[in-house]
Design a protein around this ligand. Sequence first.
Ligand code: BG6
Length: 282
Amino acid sequence: MNNPYINLVSNQHDIELFDIIHPKFRAQISRFGGHLLSFIPTNDSDWLWLSSTAQMDGTKPIRGGVPLCWPWFGPAPQDFSGEPQHGYIRSVHWQLDLIEGNDADLTIKLKPENATELEAKLGLSVCIEFNFSESLRINLVTQNVSDKEVPLSQAIHTYFRVKNIDDLLIKGLDSTEYADKLTGKTQIQDGAVDITEAVDRVYQTNTQNLTFHNGACELNVIGKNHDSIVVWNPWQEKAKDMADFDDDGYQTMICIEMANTQGLKLAPGKRHTLKQIIKKTD
Ligand code: BG6
């Protein structure tokens, strides 16, 4: 790797991280999980939340940043019963496929080290593309490399940092139907989303543009090629129950995830790119 902006460093558990220092931003990506840990635009604070108790030794998915759920979102489907929640790729090591860019922006493409094994098992190939500048673009690219139709569900499971959850309003989901995973009921969103208790919702929508204020600036979260948007905050009790989640962390985070959960199927040879773009509002 020979790029003036990127250094390969190791954390205290010998997990390798791409440490990126660029005129427009600073970012870190863990090779375990292909997991973006932080994104700090120049003269701004981190847009991402990372638990200080996250397990960073490669024994479990990292709590915070941007985990990637693939090739399923949530519990494993019947054919894969017993396999991990949210799929495989947040627990595998990734390798660099491409770096390109200049002082204006930087693109980094990663592929799983065990790509051949995943392709043989699933009939799907996967890669991640990050594009960084004053904004952040994440593409989760899947290709059906088999000769039959393959089901796919997935999410870009971004943990955003917010100054105070009590002040958070997520705009753009008014009147949208959602599956409330905590009650099992289907509901309709009334106005902006505010979080005053545990929330685990799958909004059934391909709405492209949400906004919220993180306490420092207003952010746009733009999705493409999704059929759902997931909003998750575990709140106090569940946060305490999770060893890798700061007890009071629920006060300063919100997950807003672009996802496919509604039965997407990829035809043989077909390529699909799930996108999440995060930028300051104009
Ligand atoms: C959310 C799900 O996307 O991820 C929640 O909707 C889940 O149900 C949460 O609890 C965290 O999942 P995990 O596997 O990282 O603990």
